[in-house]
Ligand binder design. Sequence first.
Ligand SMILES: [Zn+2]
Length: 507
Amino acid sequence: METVQITNVRVNYLPQDPLVSRPAEMILDSGEVGDRLEGPRLRVDDGEPAQPDAQGNYLFQPGTREFQQANSLVCATRTLRLFEQALGHEIPWAFRGKLQIHPHYGQGFNAFYLRQDHSINFFDGLDTTTNKVVAGSESLDVISHETGHAVLDALRPGLVGWFGSEQAAAFHESFGDLATILTSLHDPHVLDKLVQDTGGDLHRPNQVARLAEELSLGINHVHLGGSRPDDWAMRDANNNFTYVPPSQLPDRAPPEELSREPHSFSRIFTGACWDVLARMTEENMRQGLDPRQAIVAARDAMLTLCAHAVELGPNRLKRLGQMADSMLKADRRYHAGKFQGILTEVMMRRGLLSAGAAEEVPALRLERVPSSAPEAEALLGDQLGLGPLPALGCESIQRNGEGETFLRYTQVREVELEPGTSTDLAASLTLGFDREGRLFHRLWEPIDQEAVELARQEVEVRTSQGAIRELPPRSSADLMTADDGIYAGYLVGAPGGHQKLVRIPGA
Ligand SMILES: [Zn+2]
């Protein structure tokens, strides 16, 4: 038998955005870093990788390519591992293989996750006022956000791929920001500063809630003509935005106002979660914890709520409020309902709680919970209390440390939106069984009238924006199953670069 030697590796990294943090050391398991900045799940792809020193450590300074490579690996790895720990199981990516990190993808003030390319990508932009290069790969705020997209896409690959998912795209942005906040809150220096700045009152201005400060400054200087104050941050979780249906909002708005653009709209949910974190911290302090302990306990509770809310949540999000419902559900299951009061109050105030009744779960206990797709597919039908179901394919089986098993099924079907115009929509089913084989969670998302209507509306809006373009025949052949007619499609502004297709009759 082969023995794998696990040692600790010291890596210099920045525990927050470069504008508000100083380099600190992170101790990582050598397996996560490898000898070429390649761990079991993530890999830096940036030409020649940085070489460790003689002791195997990566102690580089900001501003160097080596630092940026190591820093992006550390931040992304931390974010993935946090969510895996919270769920108690591995989170396989939405693709095969490792997530590639491209610390120097191009020039500009940007970053993105692309499922098709299995990558998270960071840019370098010159801030012409400070004359400094703003490297996305130096900012935990940016790296953890993009990794958050990859984690959410892994858990819920259906969220962004379908029409009518405008609010799903906003939730994706919010989840990225929450991933950043929760990752940075695991650094002792960040906690010290947060306690110093707020004394435990998280509604005071602070650097954890404010995101991507250096990138914001660069954008302010280069693209906004310096029109914002110098301490402007593009997103601040400490906000008061409340839910308004996106159809009532403008497509774009100045940063102080809400628009239906996903990054802007996402601030409602992020703000609500920040409120919950602040309220939990307050409650913990009332019960005698000091501010730091109170924040840490709130952080840990928030992490499990966010992670489990996704696992119990919809595969195709129609409204942000569904995730608020899901957080309440996660709290009942994993915290014995301890935070129902805080969650309900905050989510109501933000306009996020839907009045929908909780779905009844039929009494069902299995001798053996399925552990393979064919077994899972044989289970469907009357047993689940859903009547005859379409043929659903099981696409994921996850068992966690508590012995719970989650099964996720999908069926994709072509749906006509207008006479002759069609697209693909998906029905999904999620089941959760406890360690005794009892069904405790069932979420059935059929292709209903609302799903079709949402798709119809989105196609209408996109058509009016001129965003539907004809695809070259080759790419349509690549993307589509055999079908007659002319295909038109467009790239949505959603993370992952998903291509959604509309089939339009031959013209
Ligand atoms: Zn994003």
